[in-house]
Design a protein around this ligand. Structure first.
Ligand code: HEM
Ligand SMILES: [Ca+2]
Length: 786
């Protein structure tokens, strides 16, 4: 095992060295280890001398019977092994019959008790339908690999070659996951679909919600298919909580330039791009699955996807509470395009595109539930605030306990396009600002175009909101995170004027696991333990412990609080980029009422990396074309300090085992950027894809969805500063770039009304109505809007 692990997680991938260093043109594919053929000439070999493993299949006699009576090549796939560890016979042929696949699949769905869901393939796609089909396909792959005696590498790379569309799996494969151009063809509409469907006209599912999170390189599981490498006995990996404790404690340093607004934006757009679905327990009010033993309830058999993090009895923190188990549930397996067999992949609940799915939801039904269907507005809660304060997000009455710590049955969290909106207050502030922004835009557009109906106003406002999120992300956030050089290397620099002509329909704008499960989680090191609020005069007011703000958005209901938090975000420095994660995330994450401790996010990041089958840090460093790490000694020049490098050598038996997240957040930052080189490489690649592969990208010309050049110039004026000024309640001044601390030289705090914070002129959206317009009674546009 050790040897295998070293080999595959290590630095032997010479062929791929540096492939991520510059933007890729295609994802490299491994040469297949098994060739698939159904030509007649292969049949006799396969039939005459069926390999030992194939003979052990109960289906084989049936197969032979079929052969005598009919033309059998219809039923047979011949797999020729062409590679594998030296011990395996290259060129060996395996026979896989359609019946084998069907039987394994039928057994899998029988076991999972999901027949009804899986077989209802014409249903509109739902999380449960995708999840249960994913589980059944995964179990089928495992059964087939066992029966065919495939090695780990063969199972990982080659089961996917079986044309499942010709089996029972193909019959139930939802239309969303079928290969090939869409039937009927995708409409070329002016507005995006909510679920990202048909953004790419040839591959309608690319980047769509409920499709899988892809990978830069194939997954690495113990069995090739889904069993994660763990810290259990016999396995060489260290316990994630131990890694967290020894390597990721917070040295309590601050960034010199970055604010917590930068941190909040990072999380806000992360939630636009990805949400890996974990297995849930529908019988519980909060839907979370309880996996750790509970003394108050009799021990039930654990769900196979329970995969708790063990806590050592001597743990310096948890031992005080006698806690030895951190609840952890694996991410649910998803369905690949073509419903192919292969390694376990994870489901993205949201659209990968930067398309405001956290504002509007990743499905039409979610978007509809958030709309008021009047004048293009989203629903709001104007509750207790009255005329002095602007509206808040609507309250969520459905599933009120999911992601919400309620003190009583009458308190409700907020509803937004993304289910994680209440997770902590800074994130909630972002969601609220964007809700207000949408509604404000729709109202102003109704002044410019009084003849537009609700749908038109809603979609046009949505189009501008999405363009704003894209513009602020690529104009303010990414340059701060990555620096100019990385921006240029990966094609992320925006056009200062005119259209940008980089859209490439062969580019897949999809989220990558290495980004979601590791690189972008660098955000966790920037989060401070204490959250500061500031007054309108930009003076410190009070500090909150982050742990008191998890899933409890109650402060928002108090007038002025949103402004206090927003101003705090513009003035409080972020925690430093270092390997440290603050104690509120590291010991108290989602601390439950009545408990003195919570989860450890650093340990979860590491464990999640293993759950998702990520390879070791050293492997990705090489893919990024960075200096190779063959030994622990090679870590010293590249890590933030010698102690970190030393601790890695104490914790890990082999440098190639270092978990991706742990390694990348420990690297020294590169010049001009806030993060290290491997993170910059992985994040650069990801944001390149999300720009170059998005047909609705706001700078694109020539589509019905494209903005006119005058409109595009207006969108280029939007800024986070303008947004906070306009959508805060009474904020009067802010620095020009609120993701960076104010300073007198180039980031002065200015009045919200100055020309230094320009505003969009929506008159560029004016359309001449085809019919004379009769204004509704009471219609009174503000000056300049007619
Ligand atoms: C107080 C702030 C934050 C909290 C409480 C928080 C909490 C969490 C939690 C609980 C998870 C899931 C962990 C798991 O795998 O079980 C997660 C995932 C993640 N977080 Fe954070 N986070 C915060 C800030 C950030 C920031 C600032 C960023 C980025 C700049 C970020 C990026 C991510 C990403 C990319 C994921 C993976 C999402 C997925 O694949 O579904 N987070 N975070
Ligand atoms: Ca999205």
């Amino acid at each position: 095992m050790e040897q295998l692990l070293g080999m595959d997680m290590g630095v032997d991938a010479d062929r791929d060295v540096g492939i991520l260093a510059a933007p890729r043109h295609a994802i490299p594919t491994q040469p297949p280890a098994i060739l698939l053929t159904r030509s007649r000439q292969h049949l006799p070999e396969c039939l005459g001398d069926a390999p030992a493993d194939a003979r052990s299949w109960t289906e084989m006699p049936r197969y032979h019977r079929l052969h005598r009576g009919h033309s059998t090549h219809q039923h047979l796939f011949v797999l020729t092994l062409t590679s594998g560890p030296p011990s395996e016979v290259v060129g060996r042929q395996l026979c896989v019959t359609r019946e084998m696949v069907n039987d394994a699949f039928t057994r899998a769905i029988g076991q999972a008790g999901t027949r009804s869901i899986v077989y209802n393939a014409s249903d509109s796609i739902s999380i449960d339908a995708v999840g249960s089909l994913g589980e059944a396909i995964h179990a089928t792959a495992q059964a087939l690999a066992r029966k065919l005696g495939l090695s780990r590498t063969q199972a990982a790379k080659d089961l996917a070659l079986i044309p499942t569309e010709e089996t029972e799996i193909g019959r139930v494969c939802p239309v969303h996951f079928r290969d090939g151009p869409p039937q009927p063809p995708c409409p070329v509409s002016k507005y995006r679909s909510y679920d990202g469907w048909c953004n790419n006209l040839q591959h309608p599912g690319w980047g769509a919600s409920l499709t899988i999170i892809k990978r830069f390189v194939t997954a690495f599981y113990k069995d090739g298919l889904g069993i994660p490498l763990s810290s259990a006995q016999g396995n060489p990996l260290p316990n994630p909580r131990e890694v967290s404790w020894f390597l990721h404690q917070d040295p309590r340093k601050h960034e010199r330039f970055l604010t917590t607004m930068f941190v909040a934006w990072g999380q806000y757009i992360d939630h636009d791009i990805v949400n890996a679905i974990v297995v849930q327990d529908a019988s519980r009010k909060d839907r979370s699955m309880k996996c750790c033993p509970d003394p108050s309830t009799p021990q039930k058999k654990n769900h196979p996807d329970c995969w708790n993090i063990d806590i050592d009895r001597r743990d310096p923190f948890y031992s005080k509470f006698g806690e030895t188990c951190m609840n952890f549930v694996r991410s649910r397996p998803g369905v690949t395009f073509g419903c192919r067999l292969g390694p376990r992949e994870q489901i993205n609940e949201v659209t990968s595109y930067v398309d405001g799915s956290q504002v509007y939801g990743p499905t039409r039904s979610k978007a509809n539930s958030l709309r008021s269907f009047k004048r293009g507005q989203l629903k709001v809660d104007s509750g207790i605030l009255g005329a002095t304060w602007k509206p808040l997000l609507p309250l969520r009455h459905e599933n009120p306990d999911v992601g919400c710590s309620r003190s009583n049955d009458n308190s409700f969290c907020f509803d937004a396009g993304d289910g994680r909106a209440n997770q902590q207050t800074l994130l909630m502030v972002m969601h609220t600002l964007f809700l207000r922004y949408h509604n404000d835009l729709a109202v102003k557009l109704s002044y410019v175009n009084p003849h537009w109906d609700d749908e038109r106003l809603f979609q046009e406002a949505r189009r501008i909101v999405i363009a704003t999120i894209q513009h602020v992300t690529y104009n303010e956030f990414l340059p701060t995170l990555l620096g100019k050089k990385v921006m240029d290397t990966y094609g992320l620099t925006l056009e200062p004027r005119g259209y940008w002509r980089g859209y490439d329909p062969s580019w897949e704008a999809v989220v990558w696991s290495e980004f979601a499960t590791a690189a972008f989680r660098v955000g966790h090191t920037f989060v401070p333990s204490e959250i500061h609020t500031y007054s309108y005069n930009h003076r410190f007011v009070e500090k909150w412990q982050l742990r008191d703000l998890f899933n409890k958005p109650w402060e928002m209901h108090k007038g002025g609080r949103l402004d206090n938090f927003a101003l705090g975000m513009a003035n409080q420095p972020a925690d430093a980029y270092d390997s440290g994660v603050n104690v509120d995330l590291g010991n108290y994450l989602f601390q439950a009422a009545g408990k003195n401790f919570g989860h450890d996010l650093a340990a979860r990041n590491i464990h999640r990396g293993r759950d998702h089958g990520l390879r070791g840090y050293v492997y990705y460093r090489r893919l990024c074309g960075l200096s190779p790490v063959a030994d622990f000694a090679d870590l010293y020049p590249i890590m933030q300090d010698n102690q970190t490098a030393y601790r890695f050598s104490q914790l890990y038996k082999d440098v190639r085992h270092i978990d991706l997240w742990s390694g990348i957040v420990s690297e020294k930052a590169i010049e001009g950027a806030a993060v290290g080189p491997t993170i910059a490489c992985l994040i650069g690649n990801q944001f390149k894809d999300l720009r170059w592969g998005d047909r609705f990208w706001y700078e694109n010309p020539g589509w019905p969805s494209s903005f006119s050049l005058p409109q595009l110039d207006e969108i280029r004026k939007v800024s986070l500063a303008g947004l906070v000024c306009e959508q805060g309640d009474h904020i009067a001044a802010i620095q020009r770039f609120p993701m960076q601390l104010p300073n007198y030289e180039w980031n002065r705090r200015v009045s919200c009304t100055t020309a230094e914070i320009p505003r969009m002129d929506l008159r560029k959206w004016k359309e001449v109505p085809r019919y004379p317009v009769v204004h509704p009674p009471g219609f009174l546009p503000p000056p300049g809007y007619v």
